[in-house]
Design a binder for this molecule. Structure first.
Ligand SMILES: N[C@@H](CCC(=O)N[C@@H](CS)C(=O)NCC(=O)O)C(=O)O
Length: 234
């Protein structure tokens, strides 16, 4: 059995989408990052950077459990374990997937995440930061738009690179972007969104998300995520 340490965020959905695509059973272990569950010692043992997602495969290599943090590493592990589904074994094609996955991990996630932060969560409206990350988001959308104007998916065939990037494009409004400005990206986005496994992956813990949506990000969870508690020495 695979345990997925999860919360309803773009990085969390990457893993549930992949597990749904594979059709594997998994157990969702909620880590409420607004309440500080990510700082619990037992979670830090498997995810030392206090971030979701993390995974424990109880039937890992040699039949022993393996724990992995960082969504990109989890996706690569699952692809390899499945016998190279969504990341081909062939080295040339595999590294096409890996480079687009790394682009997601190093640029798409961090930059769009900063756009969310300064446009939505920052207590002061800092115009320089808002412009910087909104422009970066637009530039990154442009890179994806160009790529999927040349090939169907980021690494040509649908892969873990698309599963990693798609959840980050869902909150495009928060990033100050309109999909209509990027027609190739929109075609790619719609094709991924239409996949039943993707819809199942995104629906995990939907009720909790609905509840959270109706309440503005409260002061307590702001403190946990961006205030004193985040920066305590551990
Ligand atoms: N590079 C990491 C990023 C993970 C990440 O930023 N997770 C966020 C939610 S999307 C989190 O757990 N935040 C908790 C915190 O900031 O304390 C990955 O891809 O796994």
């Amino acid at each position: 059995m695979i345990d997925v340490y999860f919360w309803t965020t773009p990085n969390g959905y990457k893993v549930t989408i992949m597990l749904e695509e594979l059709g594997w059973e998994y157990k969702v272990i909620p880590v409420n990052i607004g309440k500080g569950d990510q700082f619990k010692p037992e979670f830090l043992k498997i995810s030392p950077n206090n971030r979701i997602p993390a995974m424990v495969d109880h039937d890992g290599p040699g039949g022993k459990p393996i724990a992995i943090f960082e969504s990109g590493a989890i996706l690569m592990y699952l692809a390899e374990k499945s016998g190279w589904k969504f990341m081909p074994q062939d080295v040339r094609r595999r590294y096409d997937v890996v480079q687009w996955l790394m682009f997601q991990m190093a640029s798409v996630g961090p930059m769009l995440g900063q756009a969310h932060h300064f446009r939505r969560y920052a207590p002061e409206k800092l115009q320089y930061a808002i412009d910087r990350y909104t422009n970066e988001a637009r530039r990154i959308y442009g890179v994806i738009d160009k790529r999927v104007g040349e090939v169907t998916y980021l690494a040509d065939e649908y892969s873990i690179a698309d599963m990693a990037a798609y959840p980050w494009v869902r909150p495009h409004n928060w990033q100050g972007q309109a999909l209509e400005d990027f027609p190739n990206l929109k075609r790619w986005y719609d094709a991924i969104e239409a996949r039943p496994a993707v819809q199942r992956g995104i629906a995990v813990m939907k009720e909790e998300l609905e509840k959270a949506r109706n309440v503005a990000p409260d002061k307590k969870s702001w403190e946990v995520l961006f205030g004193k508690q985040q920066f305590e020495k551990r």
